[in-house]
Design a protein around this ligand. Structure first.
Ligand code: 8YV
Length: 315
């Protein structure tokens, strides 16, 4: 009889490519589609064989689940963000955590640029204007220039830098960090000063306890009634209620958002606002990048099963 493959819990849907690749290596358990009773029943007979959890960056791994898997050795994230995995708990249980950095940087930066232009130039509203037959009735309101705008980037890591490189040909780039780290761009040590200076404020920092609700009412007030916010990081970095209030009051001009605090649920105030452009967390969602991410997930699973160092461990 062939050796039984170890179980791996799958916490969210993946592409056929990733599921197919994983299924050759592990017994993939569709945890995300099982109800609580089925999950409980599964654990009572199989918890000892579950060595791997495979998950998305937006899902992570609930601490209780990690605790209920005594043989868990790897949480493989199909994404760069690891804010939803408790790294201290993982390390205290000798659980390795891997993610998929670098391969998605370009896509995320591309989407940020797309959102900026869509918002400032009214591309989504323009599309609706044409489709809904409103054009013969009159022109749309004017947009705002992208070229010549000031771009303020919160977080100048891999993704922040890729965004900076893309928007620098449009206009001046500023960024916020504790210490100056990019001589070509203007440094702001205070986030409110960056917001005050910028026409377009872009959230590109990692989500963690330090950055939770970093963009709050005060920052939005500083961004001002002509400024716009773009978020391709995590919803948790923005105080969503403060953002809804600012949009409603016209205290900022608009927001383009790919990420939300409670995905897939988006506040009604954002969905009904004419000042927003919204996408459903798709910054890394291209065929090419999702394949590259899948390859990295599989490489990490292979390394773990072979008892080797992880290819891209979260550090
Ligand atoms: C993905 C992400 O949408 O990389 C991340 O952290 O949130 C996204 O790229 C998600 O992880 C897909 O599983």
């Amino acid at each position: 009889m062939a050796d039984q493959l170890p179980h791996a819990l799958q916490l969210c849907p993946f592409s056929d490519y990733l599921e197919g690749g994983l299924s050759k290596r592990v017994e993939l358990v569709p945890w995300y589609s099982m109800d609580e009773a089925a999950q409980k029943a599964f654990l009572s007979s199989n918890a000892q064989d579950c060595r791997i959890v495979v998950t998305g960056g937006h899902i992570g791994c609930p601490p209780d689940l990690m605790r209920s898997l005594p043989a868990l050795g790897l949480v493989a994230i199909n994404g760069v963000g690891f804010d939803k995995v408790d790294l201290d708990l993982a390390s205290s249980r000798s659980v390795g955590v891997s993610n998929t950095p670098d391969v998605l940087t370009e896509d995320v930066a591309d989407l940020a640029v797309g959102l900026i232009i869509a918002l400032r130039r009214g591309i989504v509203a323009g599309d609706a204007h044409v489709r809904e037959g409103k054009w013969p009735g009159g022109d749309m309101a004017l947009g705002r220039k992208v070229s010549g705008a000031r771009f303020g980037i919160i977080g100048l890591g891999r993704i922040g830098r890729a965004i900076a490189a893309r928007v620098a040909p449009f206009g001046e780039v500023g960024y916020n960090s504790r210490t100056a780290r990019a001589p070509d761009y203007r440094h702001f040590s205070a986030i409110t000063e960056l917001a005050e200076w910028a026409d377009v404020l872009i959230v590109a920092c990692a989500a963690n306890t330090e950055t939770a609700n970093l963009v709050d009412a005060e920052v939005l007030q500083a961004l001002g009634s002509e400024g716009v916010l773009v978020n391709i990081s995590r919803g948790s970095v923005v105080d969503e209620q403060a953002l809804c209030d600012a949009l409603e009051a016209g205290n900022i001009n608009g927001a383009a958002l790919d990420v939300f605090a409670n995905e897939p649920h988006v506040p009604e105030a954002m969905r009904s606002s004419s000042r927003t452009v919204l996408t459903p967390h798709v910054a890394s969602a291209t065929v090419e990048t999702r394949q590259a991410m899948a390859d990295l997930v599989i490489a990490n699973v292979d390394a773990f099963l072979a008892g080797e160092d992880l290819t891209t461990p979260v550090t």
